[in-house]
Design a protein around this ligand. Structure first.
Ligand code: PNS
Length: 160
């Protein structure tokens, strides 16, 4: 069985992530969306909240699972039986960071391959960080995240 891991912070999931999950899920038997549990990183949504939002967003894809992990991504991939790490590249600016991570991960575990998908053109400017910033300042983010995520963001950032 071909299994891939799609790792990230997903704080929160955007339509760019969803596009990648949908396309990635067609390439493998099983796709595990893995949320990094990083205590040091300041996040808006807890692991439980991010897991719940991801579950709701990917419910229509039967071969997609949600998990969370601590420690090295390659170790989690190996434990999960994944041979592939899936990442998206939006623009050249993503390339350097992604190349560095892919090469480090290959050095740590050479049998695990990183596979990149180019973001859909409609999503190449979307990031969780910008979505949070825009909605926090009263801007319109409809179409950039699933409607229920937009609602959660409004509750968290606008209702005081
Ligand atoms: O969506 P993000 O926040 O850019 O995802 C970054 C992520 C989770 C892929 C990366 O930080 C990661 O893999 N962290 C786990 C720790 C690890 O394995 N570090 C070495 C990477 S070379």
């Amino acid at each position: 069985m071909n299994t891939a891991i799609y790792p990230g912070s997903f704080d929160p999931i955007t339509n760019g992530h969803l596009d990648l999950i949908e396309r990635g899920s067609r390439l493998v038997d099983k796709l595990i969306v893995a949320i990094l549990k990083n205590e040091e990183k300041r996040v808006l949504f807890s692991i439980d909240e991010r897991t719940e939002m991801l579950r709701e967003a990917v419910g229509r894809f039967p071969n997609v699972e949600i998990a969370s992990f601590n420690g090295l991504l390659v170790d989690f991939a190996a434990q999960s039986g994944a041979q592939v790490i899936l990442r998206g590249i939006r623009a050249i600016s993503d390339y350097e960071y992604e190349l560095q991570m892919a090469l480090m991960n290959r050095r740590l575990r050479p049998r695990i391959e990183t596979v990149f998908l180019m973001s859909g053109e409609a999503y190449s400017f979307i990031s969780s960080r910008l979505v949070k910033e825009v909605i926090g300042l009263g801007g319109n983010i409809s179409g950039l995240v699933p409607p229920f995520v937009e609602q959660r963001l409004k509750e968290r950032l606008l209702v005081k």
